[in-house]
Design a protein around this ligand. Structure first.
Ligand code: UD1
Ligand code: CA
Length: 449
């Protein structure tokens, strides 16, 4: 059965104390909104509608960054969660099947939980995701009788007795799309907040003779982010889970608690990750590759048998083929290193193509930027770039060519040639001794004055 998603993301997030809309704050190098969209994407929804409000343009851009097909709708003013869902109605007017409402600030709902909610729809017209709260605070309370959900009572409107209930509303709700919108249209705002509560649809459904039920998940899944403290706690929770998953998937983490993953990090089986490694967005590490300690990687691909670090930085567009070696204090950006390339030490390779089995000596720099434009460096196969070569791009080095140490290469080097581009050495016999004597004499005369 087709499914649509409605992601509520209009709220201001006042308690973040930030100019940035709440759902754009990041956990695991990805906006909170992307976490919610990724969970939803696991259901392969027909249509995804994000309801925006505060920072609408930025939030809409982030939604499209995740998936170009995401639709957004502006909720202005924000009159409550039912009002927010109502904004999506015109966009889903001909949606068949179920709609699921998610919050953009709630990143950790598991795909299996949403599957369980869809399955529970065979028994109930409206399915609400609940959890047993250790500290129920101001959550909405679920009023149940057997398997039936009778009502959701917002904290502000609850009696003292209802406030004793610890089964709480996560905010995730699932119903047939047409039924959902028709229920939402009937919601009023005669309550303690004067808001249109989505939670009211449970009682409205029952008044129509429809049943409502609850699926219960772990409290950790329902963690919503409202403050920077909660954002930091969410980061810690994400990393703990990502580390455990990596270990389960057959990745060696020498010091798991010091490795940080992004939402989209992919690491193959039998890869080895040393201590203090940070993965930014867009990293794929293939099976059997090794990332040694203190590396920083983003937007890169490391193939089988390659090894990186310690203390290396791979920036967006770094493509390392099989068995490439990138050593300490090396930075690679927007560059393709073919099989077996070695870049051992203290080197910057940016905007470059490096052919297979080429060796790049210590201190090499691709001088890719002229202050206005970026230029590419092309190095052939089995070339040897001597230590401290400056490759002033655009420039190309042929297959099997060699550059002498300390060369500043400004012109193309043909295949199999040696390029020598440095001042010629002159030795002045005995001059060092004379020079030192003169300097010592100067120092001694200064000491007396
Ligand atoms: C809501 C639920 C409550 C539940 C809690 C779980 C209602 C009435 N209450 O309360 O039962 O226990 O979530 O966290 O639904 N939003 C909009 N437009 C609006 C209002 C809200 O997009 O007009 C978005 C917010 O950005 C947020 C989400 O909806 O992502 C929830 O809104 P919020 O005001 O935080 O609801 P709570 O009062 O926490
Ligand atoms: Ca909230």
């Amino acid at each position: 059965m087709p499914v649509s998603l409605i992601v509520l993301a209009a709220g201001m997030g006042t308690r973040m104390n930030s100019d940035l809309p709440k759902v754009l704050h990041k956990v695991a190098a990805a906006p909170l909104l992307h976490h919610a969209l990724q969970v939803g994407a696991s259901l392969a929804p027909e249509k995804v509608v994000v309801v925006t409000g505060h920072g609408a343009e930025e939030v809409a851009r982030a939604a499209r960054d995740y998936d170009e097909a995401t639709v957004t709708v502006l909720q202005e003013p924000q009159l409550g969660t039912a009002h927010a869902v109502g904004q999506a109605a015109p966009l889903l007017a001909d949606a068949a099947g179920d709609a699921i409402v998610l919050y953009g600030d709630t990143p950790f709902i598991r795909p299996e939980t949403l599957e369980a909610m869809l399955a529970a729809r065979s028994a109930h017209a409206v399915v609400v995701l609940g959890f047993h709260a250790a500290n129920p605070g101001r959550y909405g309370r679920l009023l149940t009788q057997g398997n039936d959900l009778l009502a959701i009572r917002e904290f502000k409107d609850a009696t003292d007795e209802e406030r004793l209930i610890t089964l709480c509303n996560s905010g995730v709700i699932c119903a047939d799309a047409k039924t959902l919108f028709s229920l939402v249209a009937d919601v009023g705002n005669a309550n303690a907040s004067g808001e249109y509560y989505l939670t009211d649809i449970v009682e409205l459904a029952r008044a129509r003779g429809l049943s409502a039920g609850v699926v219960i998940c772990e409290e950790a899944e329902t963690m919503g982010i409202n403050t920077r403290t909660e954002l930091a706690a969410a980061e810690a929770a994400f990393q703990a889970r990502a580390r455990a998953e990596a270990l389960d998937n057959g990745v060696t983490l020498t010091a798991p608690e010091t490795v940080f993953f992004a939402l989209d990090t992919h690491i193959g089986r039998d890869a080895i990750i040393g201590p203090n490694v940070l993965f930014g967005p867009g990293v794929t590490i293939e099976s059997g590759a090794e990332i040694k300690g203190f590396c920083h990687l983003e937007g890169c691909h490391v193939s089988r048998g390659a090894d990186v670090g310690p203390f290396a930085r791979l920036r967006p567009g770094a493509e390392l083929a099989e068995d490439v070696h990138v050593g300490n204090f090396v930075e690679i950006k927007n560059a393709i290193l073919d099989e077996g390339v070695k870049v051992g030490h203290l080197t910057y390779i940016g905007d470059a193509d490096v052919g297979e089995f080429t060796n790049i000596g210590a201190g090499t720099v691709t001088c890719n930027y002229d202050g206005v434009m970026k230029h590419r460096t092309r190095i052939g196969k089995r070339a040897f770039i001597g230590s401290d070569t400056m490759l002033v791009a655009p420039v190309s080095i042929g297959d099997g060519a060699l550059t002498a140490s300390g060369s500043v290469i400004t012109e193309d080097v043909p295949a199999e040639a040696v390029a020598l581009a440095r001042a010629k050495q002159v030795n002045k016999v005995g001059l060092a001794t004379k020079l030192f004597e003169r300097l010592r004499a100067i120092k001694a005369s200064k000491g007396k004055s």
